[in-house]
Design a protein around this ligand. Structure first.
Ligand code: PMP
Length: 344
């Protein structure tokens, strides 16, 4: 008898089941054990592969998506990449309406993955017909059999993590997890994961990470949208200037805010101290752990799981560029970056 060929049916079969990796050097002086759920191991290099494949599968199951259907979304980030990947494998068209603020690198990456990208003016308000929200909505209306993912307001975003990330962490920690630390953007990751974990053990503490310049923490604490909380910041994918319905605020115990600079430095430390090349928001989540530690959240029995959402390669011209760091003023108090030739 011939040996069986060991191959996956498609790249999409590799979505999920990402590894949980113990942190060692970074957390040496902290109380408790710390484990990272490394989402860069997904084939599209981020946690967004989970929602892209789940939402598409649900639409197929309900008969909304048929051969040659179109998938529409408004993001230049990880979700766009994951949707393009899943669409190409399954033979759908993928249209992404993005802001002209998006870097040419990002737009090229989405096009390389087969997406049709509409670049919409960044300076117009969300309800302007030229904005990327309005363009996406219009394309959705005009394209029969299309689906609009709308990740900030899609309950399936939560469900995807409820059905995959949550059970994986419960199984990987043998039910011993005491704290979950995760970034809050759309809120899908933290809400879905936490909902599953708290169903297994309601004592698990759910600690969210927010950015300075985002309304989420204040909204969680007061139930009010405070416009004063909104101002520009650098971290992409973390925090928001609106209240997403894909966030279940009731399941989250606490929010903490992290700065652009400390998060960037922490991402670089994850690379150099743990050997994990991860994205900007992984740095933010790790920085939040340091702050939660200082506030006495953990003790020697704590088993803390932190989600590292994506891969460092997407941030070469940002967090991993000394020049960019220096231009942001992130080397303040340290020796400023000076490009120098290395002599042999
Ligand atoms: N990190 C990165 C890099 C992201 O792109 C996102 C998604 N906006 C998040 C974290 C937050 O995940 P979620 O949207 O599920 O809250």
């Amino acid at each position: 008898m011939k040996n069986q060929i060991k191959a996956y049916d498609s790249i999409l079969d590799l979505v999920g089941n990402t590894p949980l990796v113990k942190l060692n050097r970074l957390t040496e002086s902290l109380l408790g054990d710390f484990y990272a759920k490394v989402e860069a191991f997904n084939p599209g290099h981020s946690a967004k592969d989970r929602i892209a494949t789940y939402i598409i599968a649900e639409a197929e199951r309900k008969g909304i998506l048929k051969a040659n259907s179109t998938i529409i979304e408004t993001t230049s980030g990880n979700t766009g990449f994951s949707l393009a990947m899943a669409s190409m494998v399954k033979g759908y068209e993928c249209i992404l309406a993005v802001s002209s603020k998006s870097s040419p690198d990002k737009i090229d990456m989405l096009r390389a993955m087969g997406a049709k990208v509409y670049v919409c003016p960044a300076h117009v308000s969300a309800d302007d017909p030229r904005s990327y929200y309005e363009v996406a909505k219009r394309l959705h209306k005009e394209t029969p059999g299309s689906i609009y993912i709308n990740q900030y307001f899609n309950e399936l975003n939560i469900e995807a993590h409820y059905k995959s990330t949550g059970p994986e962490i419960w199984e990987q920690t043998a039910g011993q997890i005491t704290h979950l630390v995760a970034c809050s953007g759309t809120g899908g990751t933290i809400s879905g994961t936490a909902r599953y974990l708290k169903e297994q053990n309601p004592n698990i503490k759910v600690l969210a990470v927010d950015a300075y310049g985002s309304v989420l923490k204040k909204y969680h604490e007061t139930g009010e949208f405070d416009h004063n909380e909104v101002y520009p910041y650098r971290i992409e994918g973390l925090g928001k200037n609106l209240i997403p319905t894909a966030t279940d605020f009731n399941i989250i115990d606490r929010y903490i805010k992290v700065t652009d600079s400390e998060s960037a430095h922490m991402a670089r430390r994850i690379a150099t101290e743990e050997g994990m090349f991860v994205g900007y928001t992984s740095g933010a989540a790790m920085q939040a752990i340091m702050q939660y530690h200082l506030e006495g959240e953990f003790d020697s029995d704590s088993k803390v799981v932190v989600i590292f959402p994506d891969h460092g390669s997407r941030y070469m011209s940002k967090v991993y560029s000394d020049e960019w760091m220096d231009n942001q003023g992130f080397f303040e108090g340290e020796k400023a970056f000076k490009p120098k030739e290395i002599e042999y």
